[in-house]
Design a protein around this ligand. Structure first.
Ligand SMILES: *Cc1c(COP(=O)(O)O)cnc(C)c1O
Length: 433
């Protein structure tokens, strides 16, 4: 199996950076998320360098929803990243992580008045998703007498080869405004007293393993850019969203994931040529989430028991409460027995979590070494939409997150306690003694 760069196998154990994951499991307990910070930094620099080969005016906006831990956001902020935020919580995490307001874009198809107000007050650009939202924003800015810069989320209506739940730029998607309605939206925005339309935004989907849809989307966007420019809009940025996939299948028939260099080679020439033709020079914005952090992280989980019935079940202490992707998207994550990392496969087994649901399966029918109670199973590529989508279902407190940098390993989030989980419970008067 070809491991992600964040991992290595040394004397039979799985290592993250220079740290033995088996020792981390002992020290911090399981379940445990472990993130290799240097891998995240390397990813950021590589993505940015790939784009800057073509144009200088490039801004990466980390999609905070992939993992919104402010520590990780700080890591990326120090590299110069901005963020795509989808809620007040993500906005706070981005600001707490040290990202400057002018590198943030507030996204979402269903924003509240409070979302819009906060964005205006913090001086954050907004990706407006409907004309209704534009009118509400107009009213808010008039009341606050504060300017705001916006872009519109455009639906480029492209079919992308990915799981239907994460295809966001198809014709019947809830996201964005169709290209044929977009000019009227910009006209209306231009007429608003405090609103200045300066950008365009799209995001065609997630975990996309082909390059072509990105180039097609770029073409559609730049056509609109030309039209919008004719209306009098001075475009400061065109934001092409995220979506670049990672190779979750690493064994036989591994996924062939496109690289940022391949992405840049396909998309940037389209962008550069269209800018030249339209006589404009907006910044190139892109919003990778999964690609930035997905491969950087493993979820460590301990074997509670092994059950041999009609098949072999390896019952571990992490389930879809901590990593919902397999249950929600039928996603594949490779698993490695961290303390037997180079032992030959001897059994076929299904790794199941502790949740009271039949669907609580992390990895079905995998070839693994002889596995026993107490072994540590590492679930790979768990950095994106892992902890971020976790829950307390079955009243299980969330596990800690550890950040590794070289030979250093420290908590970046402690474990939740029962008290954390119940801190919001209120007994109605007739329930009080
Ligand atoms: C989710 C999302 C992203 C990130 O997608 P990835 O597939 O993780 O790169 C970027 N932009 C927007 C608007 C999103 O909703």
């Amino acid at each position: 199996m070809k491991l992600p760069e964040s991992l290595a196998i040394k004397s039979g154990h799985l290592y993250c950076g220079d740290v033995d994951t088996v020792q981390l499991a002992e020290k911090f307990g399981t379940p445990l998320y472990i993130t290799n910070e240097r891998h995240v930094i390397k990813n950021y620099r590589r993505f940015e360098a790939a784009l800057k080969k073509y144009v200088d005016n490039v801004q990466l906006l980390y999609a905070a929803k992939a993992n919104e831990n402010p520590v990780l956001i700080q890591t990326l902020a120090r590299e110069g990243a901005g963020a795509d935020v989808f809620s007040l919580g993500e906005l706070r995490a981005a600001l707490e992580g040290g990202m400057p307001a002018d590198k943030l874009l507030f996204n979402g198809s269903s924003k509240t008045q409070a979302d819009l107000r906060a964005a205006v007050e913090h001086g954050i650009k907004i990706s407006v998703d409907s004309v209704d939202e534009l009118r509400q924003l107009d009213a808010i800015t008039q009341e606050l007498k504060k300017p705001v810069k916006i872009g519109f989320r455009i639906n480029p209506e492209i079919n992308v080869p990915t799981h239907p739940k994460i295809a966001t730029g198809i014709k019947n998607s809830k996201f964005g405004i169709p290209a044929e309605m977009i000019l009227d939206a910009y006209k209306e925005a231009l007429a608003c007293k405090y609103i200045t339309p300066v950008g365009m935004h799209c995001h065609i989907g997630s975990q996309i393993l082909e390059i072509e849809p990105f180039a097609i989307a770029c073409g559609v966007m730049m056509k609109v850019a030309k039209e919008v420019t004719k209306l009098g809009v001075k475009l400061e940025f065109v934001d092409f969203g995220g979506g670049l996939g990672i190779p979750y299948h690493r064994g036989e028939n591994p996924d062939k994931a496109p690289t940022p260099e391949e992405y840049a080679a396909a998309v940037m020439p389209v962008f550069v040529a269209a800018c030249k033709e339209a006589g404009i020079s907006p910044a190139f914005w892109v919003e990778p989430g999964r690609w930035m952090v997905g491969e950087s992280t493993v979820l460590l989980t301990k074997v509670n028991s092994v059950k041999r019935v009609h098949k072999t079940f390896i019952n571990v202490d992490a389930g879809f409460n901590l990593l919902i992707r397999p249950a929600m998207y039928d996603s594949w994550h490779e698993v490695i027995v961290a303390n037997k990392a180079d032992a030959p496969a001897k059994i076929t087994a299904t790794v199941t979590g502790p949740i009271c649901e039949t669907g609580d399966i992390l990895a079905a029918d995998r070839n693994l070494p002889e596995t026993v109670t107490g072994d540590i199973v590492a679930v790979l590529d768990a950095g994106a939409y892992g902890y971020a989508m976790s829950s307390q279902y079955n009243s299980r407190p969330r596990c800690p997150e550890v950040l590794v940098n070289g030979d250093k390993a420290e908590l970046m989030r402690r474990a939740e306690t029962y008290e954390d989980m119940t801190a919001t419970v209120v007994y109605p008067s007739w329930h009080r003694k």
